[in-house]
Design a protein around this ligand. Structure first.
Ligand code: 13P
Length: 335
């Protein structure tokens, strides 16, 4: 198969000093976030929220792509323009979350496996016709007593490999996301160990199943001590540990690496991303591009400013631009 078009999409998604917005909260997660700001958790409020994000003036200066949930890719602006067409007209790549979330992994207490392979070929074809040119699949790895097991990591990586191959068949760039959770009392050394095992396993399996890594984007967690560890990692520690793990594990052919915020506060995620940018500058060029792909790390202050009220839309959009500007600067280590 000719993967030239996939390489072009991946290159576009990794344009210098821009990021990817993860606006793909599931209906349940979005509803919880809406309730948290006192807004009504219904389809129209969810549509209005995504419209607020996507119609922010100048958004295309900061993001190359936006990750959408199934209900959102089928939705539209007030004037009836499909969200996907609206984004494409701005030069933004629509990205679709295609996994169907996690379920407990039977026989492995405390571990989960991601579902969504059934019917995926047909769904990818439909999303491609709608205009999506990249996709996301999230696997979840927890750190705890005796966790994670290598077997559950392997199973999750096999599913990521099968997903990636199906994406390539459909002309879609797969974002592979093995999220090592921030929740826990572990220290940064343990986070580095688990992220290393996860990424080494992932790339071994992707290579075993002949996935063209030049058309793959890795979405990863930063390496830092758990949120319940009294010793929180400094941005410098996060940058050093994260870049070391990535350099040890990510093959140079991979198109790029983007970061999730993973429950860090927006300020913390940006400060850590900035330290990574600074260290990258100091150490010299890495083989792949780095970028942000936060959801909560970008949207939390926007939601707090909006509160579900039409009169707050301009103020919330102004905050979104400010958060984007900070993260685009952090990409250069320039904060
Ligand atoms: P957070 O930045 O909120 O972790 O979300 C990113 C994401 O895409 C999770 O799948």
């Amino acid at each position: 198969m000719n993967n030239e078009q996939l390489y072009k999409t991946a290159t576009l998604l990794l344009t210098e000093s821009k990021g990817i917005l993860a606006a793909d909260q599931s209906i349940n997660t979005m509803n919880k976030q809406l309730e948290g700001i006192g807004a009504t958790p219904d389809p129209e409020t969810r549509r209005l929220y995504r419209q607020l994000l996507f119609t922010t003036p100048g958004i295309e200066k900061y993001v190359t792509g936006i990750i959408l949930y199934d209900a959102t890719i089928r939705n539209h602006t007030d004037d009836g323009t499909a969200f996907v067409d609206f984004l494409i007209a701005k030069g933004i790549v629509p990205i679709i979350k295609v996994d169907k979330s996690t379920v407990p992994l039977d026989g492995f207490p405390g571990e989960v496996v991601t579902e969504g392979l059934d019917g995926l070929r047909e769904r990818l074809d439909e999303y491609y016709k709608m205009g999506a040119r990249a996709a996301k699949w999230r696997a979840v790895i927890s750190i705890g007593d005796g966790l994670p097991t290598h077997d559950s990591i392997k199973l999750n990586c096999l599913l990521l490999a099968r997903y990636a191959r199906l994406c390539h068949e459909a002309g879609i760039v797969p974002i592979v996301e093995p999220e090592v959770l921030y929740e826990g009392a572990h220290d940064i050394a343990r986070a580095a160990e688990v992220t290393t095992l996860t990424l080494k396993t992932l790339f071994a399996v992707l290579q075993q199943y002949r996935v063209d890594l030049k058309a793959v984007i890795l979405k990863t967690s930063m390496v830092l001590s758990g949120n319940k560890n009294p010793k929180q990692s400094t941005p410098e520690e996060v940058a050093e540990a994260t870049l070391k793990v990535l350099q040890d594990c990510v093959p140079s052919e991979v198109a790029g690496v983007v970061f999730l915020s993973g429950g860090q506060s927006p300020e913390q995620a940006t400060a850590n991303f900035n330290a990574i940018g600074k260290l990258e500058k100091a150490n010299g060029k890495l083989p792949w591009k780095l970028a942000f792909s936060f959801s909560r790390g970008i949207e939390q202050p926007v939601q707090e400013a909006w509160k579900g009220k039409a009169e707050n839309v301009p103020a919330a959009q102004k905050i979104l631009v400010e958060v984007f500007e900070r993260n685009c600067k952090a990409d250069q280590g320039a904060l």
